[in-house]
Design a protein around this ligand. Structure first.
Ligand code: HEC
Length: 140
């Protein structure tokens, strides 16, 4: 009987340690070199409204309406969603890094690939648009 408790405790502790040690993986160099094809001239209120709707539908349950990583679903998952609104968070990440995670997901976390052909099936253009949105709305 005792062994069972020890095993359960062990699993519990391992989970805590794993969650704390988790670092979001870094994209391969070819992604880091990518440039966002969206032009500054395309970005206006209308653009942000439209992309905002996409963000709310597909991302906010984890990343939160305010980009703070506190969507309702975030409570239930172990490795927490990126909090874009942490000071300097966005500045510390290249567009290609954000694009790569959206394209490939982050293994072992709830961040699944969201690009073309996935369940979410965003186009590459939509992903670049979302990156603009994250920067404009959540950079602190
Ligand atoms: C089911 C929860 C969930 C949903 C929905 C979700 N994400 Fe994530 N996201 C995560 C988690 C968890 C991480 C952290 C991954 C890590 O640290 O390895 C993450 C990380 C990211 C990152 C990585 C940032 C970095 O530091 O490199 C980006 C960008 C991102 N998500 C964008 C999005 C976008 C855009 C959407 C909507 C299309 C979305 N996510 C939907 C859970 C989610």
């Amino acid at each position: 009987m005792k062994t069972i408790y020890i095993v359960i405790l062990g699993i519990f502790l391992t989970n805590i340690v794993n969650a704390e040690e988790h670092l979001t993986p870094t994209a391969p160099q070819e992604y880091l070199n990518m440039k966002n094809p969206i032009q500054e001239s395309e970005i206006d209120e209308q653009f942000l409204k439209q992309v905002g709707r996409l963000y709310k539908r597909k991302c906010s349950k984890c990343h939160g309406f305010e980009g703070d990583g506190k969507g309702y679903y975030a409570k239930t998952i172990e490795i927490k969603p990126a909090a874009f609104s942490i000071p300097n968070y966005m500045a510390g990440r290249k567009d290609g890094q954000l694009f790569w995670i959206m394209m490939s997901g982050s293994e072992g976390t709830e961040m699944v690939p969201v690009g073309p052909g996935t369940d979410i099936n965003l186009s590459e253009e939509q992903m670049w648009q979302l990156i603009i949105y994250l920067r404009k709305k959540f950079t602190k």
